[in-house]
Design a protein around this ligand. Sequence first.
Ligand code: NAD
Length: 255
Amino acid sequence: MSIIAVTGAASGIGAAVCNHLEAAGHTLIRVDRANADVNADLSTSDGRRAAVEQTLAACNNQLDAVVACAGVGVTAPSISLIVGVNYFGVTEYIDGLEEALAASGKGKAVIIGSVAGSHQVEAPHAMADAMLNNDEAEACRIAEASQEPHTTYAASKYAVTVYGRRKSIAWGKRGMRLNIIAPGAVETPLHQASKDDPRFGEAVKNFVAPMGRSGVPDEIADGVDFLLSDHSAFVNGSVLFIDGGMDAMVRSTRF
Ligand code: NAD
């Protein structure tokens, strides 16, 4: 059985992922702002460093997998928070655990991205480029100047997907794997907050996948189960859309 760190473990998709992995017998290191094994704020560099240090201590520097679920949506209290949690809260955490993952022999990671990452952002994109250049201050400056939470959310998910795909190349050569899941709308507190928002709640409610419903967290956790298992032993650098057909509906000619 494996030792697996899961961020965003206290709610929604992360909580469902933990339930699945625990039921399968794995040992979990739950990471979240509170009510977790590792309580840390992934929106700040100090918090990310603390999360890495505590995770390394909990796994004794040898970790089988990371599932990076923690994220904030378009109703986040500040636009910079979207950049800080959704991009740097993923990349600095995974970077910090890379050697512990290598030490396990065939470390794996799954990043929870979003369909939004391929729908609203086209490269080159200054905000996404700043993230990919590891320039958090510049990415936050562009995001705050835009005052566009949807664009910032999409840019954070686009950039974290590019980060994951680039990293999977080096990882593949070391026998490690990194994949991305791009969920569509999933019934969680994050999605509910978007639907309840007076600014864009109607648009969110009306943007429905071809299957005519939102997903549930267990359906994303099923994808994580697959990507961490030997059934996906040759899957690396992939983006798995679990979205009821939303991506096919929006951009059927691009894949
Ligand atoms: P959620 O709000 O239910 O869970 C998010 C978790 O992340 C919470 O437990 C929260 O405490 C944690 N988190 C937030 N900020 C943090 C911080 N600074 N430090 C540590 N932990 C922090 O939301 P969810 O819908 O389960 O979202 C999980 C992931 O799925 C996110 O990355 C989100 O962007 C992505 N996603 C969700 C949907 C959807 O429709 N729900 C769609 C696409 C992608």
